[in-house]
Design a protein around this ligand. Structure first.
Ligand code: ADP
Ligand code: MG
Length: 710
């Protein structure tokens, strides 16, 4: 009768009938205010809510006392709060919070180096009973908790099971509140048998992979069995296995379908006798490396396939990716097709343009440059030439995305330093041609697990070798007390006519404790070495200013460039041979590797000096020292991924793809490889996902596709 029931979904008796897609506000006890708070954290539907997974599990059976605590122990215990102290840190605005707890056996301190949320500390009163959940650590010979969960004792909460899930606490939503909300929603969901049919993983996959069903997994993850505590706390329970697998499986199914779909598109027909390409290669002042040749072969095969290329070229800084892109453009020219290379900065565009003129214009290839600086009068002419097909290769910044830029037959789109662009920018450029070939280039070596997830829809070519004759960069990691001799060394090199960089992690002191401030340090260095010519570059400057300084540096108008990490990617200053990095321990290794790649581009022996602060721990010291041992970007990236996690490798715009709810790219690699195989198999056998057992996958992919414009 009432089959077209409107939302919110109440039945006649006004008891809510929850579905997975019901907005979370309709869960009893949520309402608009909490609903908004939840939405801020990505929880919009009932399904989102039940997929808020516990951060860990808590075993309350031990009844442990402070005196018995052991190093590295993960505990949940009751204690009495004695006092909250806030201790200012040096001259900064920052404070440490120190909370003293006691029980009948002793005293322990909890330290907080940041405030979890506004009002967090104000809520505590002396002598209140409290539950503390955290890991016991050793701080200067004393056992402490750092950033534990501190919870008011909730009599209701204390009554419950002995092994409980712990959720990430946030403003207004305590772990226990999460637990109650989730369990309540789950109980209502399970009353409706229709809901229980839901499972994104097809039965066939589940059976073969030995995985439990969706609701079984969800149920158990929120209601852990107490005799399975260890399994749960180590994320190895059957529920974890299943949910981690699912998360990878859906991502891989998405990427694989996208890849298949792209493979079905037709691209402009490519035919060639390869003469022009051969002429260009023969006229180069050097030989292509094997890696460059392989890349060219991969690209040519893509062109010949009849379908648009979707290729990522990964290769260390200086391996010569630009030339590979040029040769791809040359191949397009053989069929009178146009190409466009987009780069993130004007200085890079200029650099590429000059090189292209140098290598290609003698072969009848017409090249144009378009940046924010291109004058209006020149633009008009350029646009006409582009539309008439008189420009073969357009090199430019994001200015090439403007609507006025219209090609006659754009067939190759190249994005250099791809992490600097967003998906929509890439899509916009692609849309300027009918299914153009697509080539993206990156100098950030990305470990395989990551590239499989982030670039799973792209084919990958890796250029391993650097052009011959490059002198290896000598790298040293030193402590701050050796900075003086290092600066003297820098001065010596400059007196020999070289140039150098000094890089700092941040511009403003207020952001980090006792970090040298690039500006302050710049003034100090200038005073120390008044006969050297110094320039300063930092993130707060306007792009035009930054460019001017880079260009002046390239033209040898300065000896030393002091900068934050904004030194332009890909810029070639062959005369610079020293890279000095302050507080090297604050950088990711891949970033250090990128920075190091700024030198060693010319004929002079180059040096990289990594300066570590006094306060570095053993782990950071080892990490930084790894740079002395390795110059292989991939090896460095793998090492860094293990230690620092995936955020390091990706621009913020891409990090979304690797923010998993429960899966962990590093710990769960095996499951990733497994899930990927199954995903490809399912999509291959049923590309349209028409089979009934694949219906939930199809739904998921449709939702995802709407959110993904790329
Ligand atoms: P990246 O891969 O970092 O973008 P570039 O394309 O900027 O590297 O190349 C770095 C430098 O190496 C450029 O000056 C380029 O002319 C030069 N180069 C490229 N290929 C070769 C080669 N095969 N032999 C020698 N030098 C090369
Ligand atoms: Mg480059």
């Amino acid at each position: 009768m009432n089959s077209t029931r409107p939302k919110p979904p109440f039945n006649k008796n006004k008891t809510p009938l929850l579905e997975l897609k019901t907005p979370v506000q309709y869960v009893k006890g949520v309402g608009p205010t909490l609903g908004e708070a939840l939405a801020k954290h990505g929880v919009k539907t009932v399904r989102d809510l039940i997929e808020v997974f516990p951060r860990t599990y808590e075993d309350r059976r031990s009844g442990i006392k402070i005196r018995d605590l052991k190093l590295d122990q993960l505990v949940s215990m009751k204690a009495q709060l004695i006092k909250v102290q806030s201790i200012p840190l040096g001259r900064t605005h920052r404070r440490i919070y120190d909370i003293t707890l006691q029980d009948s056996s002793g005293v322990i301190h909890c330290k907080f180096f940041r405030v979890p949320y506004k009002g967090y500390f104000e809520r505590f009163k002396p002598f209140q009973d409290i539950r503390v959940v955290g890991k016991v650590i050793d701080y200067r010979g004393r056992l402490e908790f750092h950033h534990p969960d501190l919870r008011d004792i909730d009599p209701e909460e204390e009554l419950q099971d002995e092994v409980i899930p712990v959720y990430v606490e946030m403003e207004g939503i305590s772990s226990f509140k999460w637990q109650k909300l989730i369990r309540f929603a789950l109980s209502l969901l399970m009353k409706n048998p229709e809901n229980l049919k839901f499972d994104t993983l097809p039965v066939s996959v589940r059976e073969k992979a030995g995985l439990i069903g969706y609701f079984d997994a969800i149920q158990a993850i929120h209601y852990p069995a107490k005799d399975k505590y260890t399994e749960y706390v180590e994320s190895r329970s059957p529920s974890h296995q299943r949910l981690i697998f699912e998360e990878f499986f859906l991502l891989e199914a998405f990427l694989y379908s996208k890849k298949l779909r792209l493979q079905k598109e037709n691209s402009p027909i490519y035919q060639s006798d390869g003469k022009l390409k051969a002429h260009v290669i023969a006229s180069l002042p050097f030989q292509l490396t094997r890696g460059q040749l392989n890349a060219v072969v991969d690209i040519e095969n893509d062109f010949l396939s009849g379908h648009p290329m979707h290729r990522l070229i990964q290769g260390d800084v200086g391996c010569g990716k630009t030339l590979v892109a040029f040769l791809a453009a040359v191949m397009m020219k053989e069929n009178s097709y146009q190409s466009c290379i987009m780069v993130p900065t004007e200085i890079l565009a200029d650099q590429h343009y000059k090189n292209a003129i140098n290598y290609l214009s003698g072969h009848g290839i017409s090249i144009a440059l378009l940046t924010g600086k291109t004058k209006l009068s020149e633009r008009r002419e350029l646009f006409e030439n582009l539309a008439a097909g008189q420009v073969d290769l357009l090199i430019g910044t994001h200015a090439v995305l403007e609507d006025d830029v219209v090609f006659k037959n754009l067939s190759l789109v190249v994005i250099d330093e791809q992490h600097r662009f967003g998906v929509n920018q890439r899509a916009k450029l692609k849309a300027k041609g009918p299914s153009p070939h697509f080539l993206v280039m990156t100098a950030t070596p990305i470990p395989r697990t990551l590239s499989m997830t982030v670039f799973g829809d792209l084919d990958v070519t890796v250029i391993k070798e650097l052009p011959p004759g490059r002198m290896p960069i000598q790298t040293r990691a030193i402590f701050q007390n050796k900075q003086g001799p290092a600066l003297d060394f820098l001065k010596q090199q400059i007196q020999k006519g070289r140039q150098g960089y000094i890089v700092f992690p941040l511009v403003e002191e207020s952001e980090k404790i006792d970090l040298k401030n690039a500006t302050e340090e710049f003034d100090r260095l200038k005073q120390m070495f008044p006969d050297l010519r110094w320039a300063l570059l930092h993130g707060k400057m306007k792009p035009v200013e930054k460019e001017e300084i880079m260009v002046a540096f390239k033209d040898k108008k300065f000896d030393v460039l002091v900068s934050t990490t904004v030194i332009e990617v890909g810029v070639d200053v062959p005369n610079a041979n020293i890279m000095m990095i302050e507080h090297a321990e604050r950088f990711g290794l891949s970033q250090l590797h990128q920075l190091r790649g700024r030198v060693g581009r010319g004929e002079h022996k180059s040096f990289c000096i990594l300066i570590m602060g006094y306060a570095v721990n053993e782990e950071s010291r080892e990490r930084v020292s790894f740079m002395e041992k390795s110059t292989d970007g991939f090896e460095i990236a793998e090492f860094d991924l293990k230690i620092r996690g995936p955020g390091e490798f990706l621009g913020t715009k891409q990090s979304g793809l690797v923010s998993f709810k429960i899966a962990d790219l590093i710990k769960d690699q095996d499951i990733l490889f497994e899930a990927r195989k199954y995903a490809a198999d399912v999509v291959n056998k049923d590309p349209g996902l028409e089979k009934s057992e694949n219906i939930f996958i199809k739904q998921h992919l449709l939702e995802k596709k709407n959110a993904d414009i790329g």
